[in-house]
Design a protein around this ligand. Structure first.
Ligand SMILES: Cc1ncc(COP(=O)(O)O)c(C=O)c1O
Length: 460
């Protein structure tokens, strides 16, 4: 596929970028010396840079372009909606057809115990809204002392003050005195790194039971909710042992602590189910959504509420003192609906569950099971992680795993592949629209990147 002619040279774009941007999660000085990669075009599973180099996008942008790039259905929906009603809000006693149609469809995909949604522009905002809504819920339930949120170390829920507090990224907390008061954290269920001599099942139970200990320490009458990603995304695509979620759910129910699932990455088909909590078979009270809702074509997120919560807030809550100018934006809603049409109409979620997902997972295991640099392979559907390790038998991680992961990811770029490194884990989450031959390409290029890294380390 030919790239369109660059409007400016890459060096010009890089200089302008360096002059004006502070990028996400990067040392800006180092980036300015290196120059940002300038991506100019996307189609299907591929993106092109300003030099015309093609990349297979193994990360679907940032876990979001679930239907792939450039789908005319989504583009046409945006155009139609822009012409019809380019903006209106949900203040002033109003609604509009685009948002109503979207919600009708969204709840047709969800189990019947969910009934209401508060739309946002992003996943971070969804989790900000979560904090306020959960606290309001306990107020109207006559339990105003239930205010504390429990999250997990190395969990990720966004970059704003509240959402970064719910998350457990120490390096984020160091910037700006986080977490805010009223947020506590427990251990992550990362067996490979922290499981020691315990079996995965024992370790999963142990991590879950930390929640019970924390609730008892703080007092169940003070704890509002436990918030977690069904599988950790930004933390390294960490899948908890099977024993983990049933025990977490038992504890939340026993102490009447709300169970809040962050479905920002896991939602909209990533695991082969519409939502990741369905894959892990637990029933949260709230779902934070974003990313795959619009396949990233336009910003939109939301907080989905259980019927129990929504009914209490409506019946007893009076004025809900919250509102965002762009909540339920008509263009975003129209694009989201078109996105759900494509996901459903083309059976993409089903394909991930029955065909492409098992194929990807099988190929990864066949290709990497005996690789000297890969200690573990985790994942399901269209999400996976390769755990790099120094010694497979003892699960010894590299002391400089950040550096090794980064080198592997850089070899990937060289091979025309975008995968991401999170510490010593190589992570991938391609668009759900991927074909079997594109999976072969993804796995083949990943193999070359991992081999090149292993050669540098003298392991191959
Ligand atoms: C699980 C999870 N929650 C929340 C967010 C934040 O979403 P956003 O970047 O749209 O604010 C992310 C982003 O990657 C995420 O992975």
């Amino acid at each position: 596929m030919k790239n369109t002619q660059p409007v400016r040279s890459t060096a010009e774009y890089q200089a302008m970028d360096a002059a004006h941007h502070i990028h996400a999660f990067l040392d800006q000085k180092a980036l300015n010396e290196e120059g940002a990669r300038v991506i100019t075009r996307g189609e299907g599973l591929y993106v092109w840079d300003n030099e015309g180099k093609q990349y297979l996008d193994g990360m679907s942008g940032l876990w979001c372009t679930n239907v792939g790039y450039g789908r005319p259905e989504l583009i046409d929906a945006a155009t139609r909606q822009l012409k019809e009603l380019s903006y209106y809000n949900m203040f002033f006693h109003t609604t509009h057809p685009a948002v109503v149609e979207l919600s009708e469809r969204l709840f047709s995909l969800l189990p019947g115990n969910y009934s209401h949604v508060i739309y946002t522009n992003s996943g971070s905002e969804a989790n900000e809204v979560l904090i306020r809504t959960v606290r309001r819920f306990w107020d109207v339930m006559g339990q105003p002392d239930k205010k504390i949120f429990i999250g997990r170390h190395n969990g990720y829920h966004g970059s704003t003050v509240g959402s970064a507090s719910l998350g457990g990224m120490a390096f984020m907390h160091e910037m700006g005195n986080l977490p805010i008061p009223g947020v506590e954290h427990i251990a992550e269920p990362y067996w490979y790194a922290h499981g020691g001599k315990l079996s995965p099942a024992e370790f999963g139970l142990k991590c879950a039971q930390e929640l019970e200990a924390k609730i008892l320490q703080l007092g169940a009458d003070k704890v509002a909710a436990f918030v977690a990603e069904p599988f950790q995304g930004a933390g390294g695509m960490i899948f908890p042992p099977e024993s983990y979620w049933p025990e977490i759910q038992r504890i939340c129910r026993q102490y009447d602590v709300l169970l809040c699932a962050d479905e920002v990455i896991g939602g909209f088909g990533r695991t082969g189910e519409w939502f990741a909590h369905q894959h892990f078979d637990f029933q949260p009270d709230t779902l934070s959504i974003a990313k795959g809702l619009t396949s990233g074509y336009i910003p939109m997120g939301g907080l989905v509420l259980s019927r129990r919560m929504a009914e209490a807030l409506i019946a007893k809550g009076g004025v809900f003192a919250h509102g965002l100018t762009y909540s339920g934006h008509p263009v975003a809603a129209a694009v989201a609906l078109a996105n759900l049409d494509v996901l459903q109409g083309e059976g993409m979620v089903q394909a991930v569950k029955q065909d492409t997902g098992p194929y990807l997972q099988r190929c990864l295991r066949e290709v990497f099971a005996d690789h000297p640099l890969v200690g573990d392979i985790q994942g399901t559907g269209m999400v996976a992680a390769l755990q790099l390790c120094e010694d497979k038998a003892s699960r010894q991680l590299f002391a400089n795993e950040d550096d090794i992961g980064w080198r592997c990811r850089t070899h990937g770029f060289d091979e025309g592949l975008i995968i991401r490194s999170t510490h010593g884990r190589m992570i991938m989450a391609p668009a759900l629209a991927i074909t079997r031959s594109q999976i072969d390409e993804l796995v083949g290029k990943t193999r070359r990147a991992v081999d090149r890294t292993a050669q540098e380390l003298g392991l191959l």
